[in-house]
Design a protein around this ligand. Structure first.
Ligand code: HEM
Length: 373
């Protein structure tokens, strides 16, 4: 398949049909010079423009440079195609502290997330000044891209945390079949999709009228690493599992309906006189109708980080959601879920990230974040 274009009004990797593999990285910026930060973003942009087209990170490549110099590409993707690689950059709230004189440029939607009931966040794998999301059909290609960006950033940024995801848990286009998460359910049925032009304009992309004009064409990203109590879930009855989500496990249909894309009728009552979809069901609580019409573009990945030393899978969902304003979208939805979701018995939020993803790079003279600097 053809590589995805790197240049455009919006960054790729957001409404791009979700690829199968993820390597997500968050960096701390360690240089204290604003000019060096802007320079790094220019170098990264040049490398990303090449990498996403299946080329090596630098123009000499893994083996074409001087033998006495370290190569400008690490080599492990030699011979591999672009594999649908997209690279998407974001700026965390901590980038807008006093260090770089950017405090007055911090967009209002990039307000720190509140504490949510029940979360058990681990600081070392949360936050970050910058992030890069690499998605591809081949994990080697995604890892290669992140590794080379980290290499290019040596001395200016350091990796704070990173996460691999091995299977997409969302569809972001109607052309895609809905994948399944590690609890065995179809995930992404009722997601915002590439084809929903009006909703994307209203609910995904920052507009020039929003508080920070430099973000126009950009969007805001929330990540949550959500560990699953897989072994407990696996001893839960099928009926209970389906009630927790409010959808059936085989088809993904709303309970009380037949097919995956049948409309959800939250008022429909079963033979017992009770609603098919319970009050604490995940889809009822997360649905736009329960949240002032707030939608999210979910783009998460399954992860398994081996096992935890106690014989349990260290596994779950690396949740990724894009939106125009987390204060009106992720925050109220997650607050409702954190308080009431029947799924909470089986999950634990252990990391959190919040990033402003600037507009797309227009052409070779432009760079990631130019409108900010
Ligand atoms: C829907 C799974 C966490 C927001 C769904 C569905 C599943 C699911 C199976 C139904 C299919 C679909 O429409 O996509 C999970 C799992 C989670 C998780 C396993 C944690 C491990 C979250 C979080 C949020 C969220 C943290 C946001 C704060 C949504 C939304 C929908 C949804 C907005 C669509 C509801 C609708 O419009 O019908 N999720 N989810 N989910 N989830 Fe989650």
């Amino acid at each position: 398949s053809d590589p995805y274009p790197f240049y455009g009004e919006h960054q790729a990797g957001i409404v791009t049909p979700a690829q199968d593999r993820l390597h997500f990285v968050a960096f701390d910026v360690i240089t204290d010079k604003r000019a060096e930060l802007a320079e790094l973003l220019q170098e990264w942009t040049a490398a990303a423009a090449r990498l996403t087209q299946g080329k090596e990170a630098g123009s000499f490549g893994a083996v074409g440079g001087a033998p006495e110099a370290a190569p400008d590409d690490t080599g492990e993707a030699l011979g591999l195609p672009a594999s649908g690689l997209t690279l998407t950059v974001g700026f965390g709230p901590s980038l807008f502290d006093d260090r770089y004189g950017l405090a007055d440029r911090r967009p209002a939607p990039l307000a720190d997330l509140p504490k949510f009931p029940g979360e058990q966040l681990v600081r070392e794998i949360s936050g970050g000044d910058l992030c890069v999301q690499a998605c591809a059909h081949d994990p080697q290609v995604a890892v290669h891209a992140i590794r080379n960006l980290a290499r290019i950033g040596f001395g200016k940024v350091s990796v704070r945390w990173s996460q691999l995801g091995f299977g997409r848990t969302s569809s972001t286009s109607r052309a895609q079949a809905t994948p399944r998460n590690l609890l065995g359910f179809k995930d992404g049925t009722d997601n915002l999709k590439l084809e929903d032009a009006d909703l994307l304009r209203d609910q995904l992309w920052a507009s020039p009228q929003d508080s920070s004009a430099w973000m126009a064409g950009g969007t805001y990203l929330v990540t949550r690493k959500i560990r699953m109590e897989i072994e407990t879930w696996d001893r839960t009855s099928l009926a209970e599992q389906e009630q927790i989500f409010g959808r059936d496990k085989g088809e993904g249909a709303p309970l009380g309906a037949r097919a995956e894309f049948d409309p959800i009728d939250f008022a429909a009552k079963g033979p017992s006189g009770e609603p098919y979809i319970k009050d604490d069901a995940h889809v009822r609580l997360a649905h736009p109708s329960s949240n002032g019409d707030a939608h999210l573009l979910r783009r998460g990945y399954n992860y398994v980080d081996g096992s935890d030393g106690l014989g349990r899978l260290d596994a779950g969902l690396f949740f990724i959601a894009y939106q125009r304003d987390p204060r009106k979208q992720f925050v109220p939805v997650q607050m409702r879920l954190a308080r009431h979701d029947a799924l909470n018995e089986y999950i634990k939020h252990i990391s959190s990230g919040l990033f402003a993803c600037p507009p797309g790079v227009r052409d070779a003279g432009d760079y990631w974040g130019r409108t900010l600097f």
